[in-house]
Write a protein that binds this ligand. Sequence first.
Ligand SMILES: [Zn+2]
Ligand SMILES: [Zn+2]
Length: 125
Amino acid sequence: MTLAPPATRPVCGATIVLPASLVVRAVALATAHGGAAAEDVERHLRCLLQAHKSNEHYAFVLELSGAETGAVWARWEAGAPSRFVLKVLPDCPATDQVTHEPCGEFAGHQGGHTYQLADGSGLDE
Ligand SMILES: [Zn+2]
Ligand SMILES: [Zn+2]
């Protein structure tokens, strides 16, 4: 029996609150993918990328219905919350080979996959 090595790569963990005006934008982006309700929009955003040096953070905002539709993600810059950008991005296709846990990030993200990172908050439990 082989145990997976402990995850030692920390997540970024930067947090920000999504402005109400962007909740409306996120719902509008979802209308082309079957629609969504404002209550479904995640407003307490947390960057779960591997800790990074760039000041561009990404956080999951809204799941889109359908299998291959991806999700709405927010990008923001540290210290410049007015520079929020919302985009629909496809899911990262990576899956842990041992646990089969899918990566929770978007395709093409920087750093390690979510299942390779140590998230001190315990949200992954
Ligand atoms: Zn970040
Ligand atoms: Zn990934």
